[in-house]
Design a protein around this ligand. Structure first.
Ligand code: AMP
Ligand code: ZN
Length: 488
């Protein structure tokens, strides 16, 4: 049987140690409020949906804490031998997007293309794997309108002022994810930003009537645009089926967003929408959530501009277990850089120092135990802090064994294998390199610029671009069919 991760990058160890069975993978499930053993329901493939960015501006590093958690989740699932089918939406229509695009005299598409690309570039910089499928909301409007129509046929909706609302009283289980008791009086509760008329404060818009000058879609249910919640339900079911294995996002999405997704999806299918719900806690700044509205945020680009390596940011965001809030400080970022340095130095020492012949059995056992502790910690609801502790305690012991001459040449391979296992999850050992990471889109545009320069017979400029790219690790190759490039 082919390993589910077959075809994936070769330096990654395939699955965890078969000889000493690891602790079973388990996650805290917001739905059941319990830590539960996890395995996908069908054919060893995890069907996972995670809520993506709203592309109205650059994402901040708080957003990236959640996306980094999702990346660690993907890698841990894969290390457990599971295949992945992961879908993430791109919210490319909402109030803020419409407002900002209009203010800049751009179409919705022009405006969101900029921030979608910026988001993907930032993900690449932080080494976040692409989900198997990215789904822009505006490419699924017909599906959403059809789903709203079906909800209407099941009496789950009502229209008011040209908008269509979900009637929450038709879904008695409402509140089961957030464990909110909605039996009390909710009048006046702020549960949606809509200014439209609603029968009940909890009811939410599925379809919003067009406002003057705003972008809308002409559908059988009337002209308008979809609400945010229906987006995720429709795209998740379309690509992953009626019941997902995992649905994830930040804790701020539990209510109302995910609660509403459950109400819509389960009203449509009559099946449980997702078996597991995982939520990442916030990145904080001085006791407050990092957010656009509080103004206490930093984009990835802000942090890089201050001279920090992307790996240090990735490490910092990954270092605290996802269910604990993490306070952002520049000191924390500096410690992360130091921690990475320590690991890189250890790796260099393993690769370059000469050790006495033979094997130190005690160290072999020590390596195996550390590696096991690393795996077990991650399998324990992604306890990254404990996983890192296992790594650093080991590095300290191994370094002192090197100092005393105890460390033997026969111990090198095992130590390197453990480091590579660590890096298959944390991915911080390889330095980004001079000039910082250059995203694909920037390479493409520089290649185009060079081609144009060559056409204009400006060979000096063309050569300069080639050299600049080379300095940043990009190798160009001129072929008959055009320019090809690759990373060194
Ligand atoms: P948005 O682009 O606003 O839809 O948010 C994208 C993701 O970032 C969502 O999963 C949010 O829950 C998450 N998020 C927003 N602020 C923070 C924060 N300060 N810390 C961690 N995650 C956050
Ligand atoms: Zn969502």
């Amino acid at each position: 049987v082919a390993h589910p991760a077959a075809g994936w990058t070769t330096h990654i160890p395939t699955g965890y140690d078969e000889t000493s069975p690891s602790m079973a993978l388990r996650f805290y499930n917001t739905l059941t409020q319990q830590v539960q053993e996890f395995a996908p329901a069908r054919d060893n493939t995890v069907r996972m949906y995670t809520c993506g960015p709203t592309v109205y501006d650059y994402a901040h590093i708080g957003n990236f804490r959640t996306f980094t958690f999702v990346d660690l989740l993907r890698k841990t699932l894969r290390a457990n031998g599971f295949g992945l089918n992961h879908v993430m939406n791109i919210t490319d229509v909402d109030d803020k997007i419409i407002r900002n695009a209009a203010a800049q005299g751009k179409t919705l598409e022009e405006y969101t293309a900029i921030y979608t690309q910026a988001f993907l570039d930032d993900c690449e910089t932080l080494r976040l794997e692409r989900p198997e499928r990215l789904t822009p909301a505006t490419q699924h409007i017909d599906d959403m309108a059809a789903a709203i129509e079906r909800l209407g046929a099941g009496n789950h909706t009502y229209a008011s002022d040209g908008s269509i609302y979900f009637r929450i009283s038709t879904f008695p289980q409402y509140g089961k994810l957030s464990h909110n008791d909605f039996s009390g009086n909710l009048a006046g509760a702020r549960v949606d930003v809509d200014e439209y008329e609603k029968a009940d404060a909890r009811d939410f818009a599925l379809w919003k009537a067009p406002k003057p000058g705003e972008r809308f879609w002409e559908e059988a249910i009337g002209p308008g645009r979809p609400g945010w919640h229906i987006e995720c339900s429709v795209m998740a079911i379309k690509y992953l089926g009626e019941t997902l294995d995992i649905h994830a996002g930040g804790v701020d999405l539990i209510f109302p967003h995910h609660e509403n997704e459950i109400a819509q999806s389960e009203s449509l299918t009559g099946k449980p929408f997702s078996r597991f719900w995982l939520h990442a806690e916030f990145l904080m700044v001085e006791g407050q959530k990092m957010s656009k509205s509080l103004g206490n945020y930093l984009t990835l680009r802000d942090v890089l501009a201050r001279g920090y390596e992307p790996e240090a940011i990735r490490y910092l965001l990954a270092s605290a277990p996802y269910r604990k809030s993490l306070n952002f400080t520049f000191d924390g970022l500096k410690s992360s850089a130091t921690a990475i340095e320590r690991l890189r130095n250890f790796k260099l020492r393993l690769e370059t120092d000469r050790y006495p012949e033979g094997v130190q059995e005690r160290l072999t056992a020590r390596t195996a135990a550390a590696s096991q502790a690393f795996v077990d910690s991650l399998n324990d609801d992604l306890n990254t802090a404990e996983a890192l502790a296992a790594v650093f305690e080991y590095v300290r012991d191994a370094n002192s064994a090197m100092d005393t001459g105890e460390f033997r040449s026969g111990n090198v391979a095992g130590a390197l294998e453990f480091l590579s296992r660590f890096d298959s999850i944390f991915d911080v050992l390889r330095p980004t390199g001079k000039g910082g990471h250059i995203p694909d889109s920037e390479v493409e545009s520089l290649v185009a610029e060079r081609t144009a320069a060559k056409k204009a017979r400006n060979f000096v400029a063309a050569d300069r671009i080639r050299e600049q790219l080379l300095e940043r690790g990009i190798v160009l190759e001129d072929t008959k069919s055009g320019v090809r490039w690759k990373r060194k």
